[in-house]
Design a protein around this ligand. Structure first.
Ligand code: IDP
Ligand code: MG
Length: 149
């Protein structure tokens, strides 16, 4: 089953959005398989955003992610990588439609509430970066047969 890495960023935590965001993934029908509330070591933030290290916003982004705790999660389900990106919305919250997490709660690109892996391979890399195998729990929801045909 497909898995993705989701992180509620420091602004989402500070603004009291943890419950709402988790609820959106839960009620969609995805399964939570890993979750931790944590301060992010600078080295981890730099690795996670390594693809952007030449961009002008990189230093500010790493400062922001390490400024206050985050909620790191792994969610599982059919098509979860793409579906999570749809639930999250566009990178810039101001052009993200209502109903998306960024569209409902964000205004600027540097404070866009949440991260979600952009592809299946990226998800695998990010899950391995943030979680050890023992921190992930496989399980089947009792609602499985009511979510999937
Ligand atoms: P994504 O989070 O929608 O995948 P990416 O392009 O991968 O967007 O950028 C990663 C993160 O870097 C964004 O979520 C945002 O927090 C930050 N970011 C991207 N572009 C800018 C920018 O132009 N200014 C400030 N921060 C940016
Ligand atoms: Mg990205």
């Amino acid at each position: 089953m497909e898995r993705t890495f989701i992180m509620i960023k420091p602004d989402g935590v500070q603004r009291g959005l943890i419950g709402d965001i988790i609820s959106r993934f839960e009620t969609k029908g995805f399964n939570l398989v890993g979750m931790k509330f944590m301060a992010v070591p600078r080295e981890l933030a730099e690795k996670h955003y390594g693809v952007h290290k030449e961009r002008p916003f990189f230093g500010g982004l790493v400062d922001f992610i390490t400024s206050s705790p985050v909620v790191a999660m792994v969610w599982e389900g059919e098509g979860v990588v793409g579906s999570a990106r749809t639930l999250i919305g566009a990178t810039n919250p101001i052009s993200s439609p209502p109903g998306t997490i960024r569209g409902d709660y964000g205004v600027t690109i540097g404070r866009n509430i949440i991260h979600g892996s952009d592809a299946i391979e990226t998800a695998q890399t990010e899950i391995a970066l943030w979680f050890s195998e023992g921190e992930l729990a496989s399980w089947e929801s009792c609602a499985q047969g009511w979510i999937y045909e």
